[in-house]
Write a protein that binds this ligand. Structure first.
Ligand code: DCP
Ligand code: CA
Ligand code: CA
Length: 357
């Protein structure tokens, strides 16, 4: 049975946070702009979320310490992230792109896969469609994006990164292996720095080197991931474009060893639960607005109370403070508590971590 031919787009916004900031503040245009932690004159402890292309020329990239950015580019405009704005813009862009796809999958705050197989009959039509999407995003949002087109998600994702900013790269079926071969293995989706170092030790630098390597040895060295990497190096990826199943809430609860009416004990446990919940939200790049606490008294009577914050957050201090406020009413000297829980919901998604290794 022959497999149905697919045409997949990967769309990724150019220097997303800083591009949005430049749009909102035209006076920043042409100057280096960095969004991230407060540099505090070089003593700041956080990292760079992103930088525009002017700042990148000075070596400032996502993820480097903000103190290092300050050394490299003290003259840049430093801005704290404005997540509500980026998320609003992201939602608008996704709504534009979604219309063009048979199947749509948002991946992180500024990128998405589109399966357009039934919308176009060949790669020429696909290219025209991609231009139309880029045009609509530019017209409505005054922002540029880069689109990669290929027969599968893997190829499309690597192609969107190939010519940035404002790029459009088409890799037709049959050209995939030749397109991938000269690129560094790092470009493969799941190859992190550790794996890259191990591959280098085997003399594998490019995706082509990996494609030619003995798959049995790769499987022996890296397990299932080795098999997977070899397939990817040859441009094989059958995964479907599919909307992710959404996480609706994150919660943790704890039952006390002994029922208690001691406020300290209860509040300490509440803080620990808040920390757990926050860590999970951070891991999944989720920001929440609604906080709910749950209390079960010794007689199993159970109550919940919620509060929706006026802003989105995934900061521990916000959750701890709100959870504490909500719980106060349940702390009574005449009733012992058996269980407490903390839940967060009303999510919006931030940028996803892209490497597994
Ligand atoms: N981001 C972040 N921390 C990182 C990486 C990214 O906070 N380590 C945020 C800021 C970016 C946004 O996610 O603007 C999108 O990430 P990308 O990796 O797509 O990077 P950019 O869009 O900034 O740049 P590019 O033009 O290279 O895509
Ligand atoms: Ca981007
Ligand atoms: Ca991205």
């Amino acid at each position: 049975m022959s497999e149905k031919k697919r045409i997949i787009f990967h769309l990724d916004m150019d220097h997303f946070y800083t591009a949005v900031e430049e749009r909102e503040h035209p006076e920043y245009k042409g100057k280096p702009v960095i969004v991230g932690a407060d540099p505090k004159g070089g003593a700041g402890r956080g990292v760079v979320a992103t930088s525009n292309y002017e700042a990148r020329k000075a070596g400032v990239k996502s993820g480097i310490p903000i103190s290092r950015a300050w050394k490299l580019c003290p003259e840049a405009i430093y801005l704290p992230p404005n997540f509500p704005l980026y998320i609003k813009v992201s939602n608008e862009i996704m709504d534009i792109a979604r219309k063009y796809a048979d199947k749509f999958e948002q991946w992180g705050i500024d990128e998405a896969f589109l399966d357009v197989s039934s919308k176009v009959k060949d790669y020429a039509e696909a290219e025209a469609l991609a231009k139309q999407i880029k045009h609509e995003i530019l017209a409505k949002e005054q922002l540029t994006c880069s689109i990669g087109i290929g027969p599968n998600k893997l190829t499309a994702k690597i192609a969107s990164d190939y010519q940035k900013p404002d790029g459009l790269t088409v890799v037709k079926e049959g050209e995939v292996e030749r397109f991938l071969a000269p690129l560094p293995v790092r470009k493969l989706l799941w190859v992190g720095r550790k794996t890259e170092a191990k591959l280098k030790a085997l003399g594998i630098n490019t995706i082509g080197d990996l494609a030619r390597y003995d798959p049995a040895v790769l499987t022996e060295t890296f397990g299932v991931m080795g098999t997977q990497m070899h397939l990817m190096a040859r441009g094989i990826d059958r995964s479907e474009v599919e909307p992710r199943t959404e996480v609706k809430s994150i919660s943790h609860e704890t039952t006390f060893e002994e029922d208690t009416d001691d406020a300290d004990t209860v509040l300490k446990a509440l803080d620990a639960l808040s920390e757990e919940v926050c860590k999970e939200a951070l891991n999944q790049s989720l920001f929440f607005k609604t906080v709910t606490v749950k209390v079960r008294y010794e007689n199993f009577e159970t109550h919940t109370r919620s509060k929706t914050l006026p802003f989105m957050t995934n900061r521990q201090q916000d959750l701890k403070k709100t959870a504490k406020e909500l719980l106060q009413a349940y702390l009574r000297h005449d009733r012992k508590i058996r269980l407490i829980g903390v839940r967060v919901s009303s999510f919006v998604k931030g940028e996803k971590q892209k490497t597994l290794a």
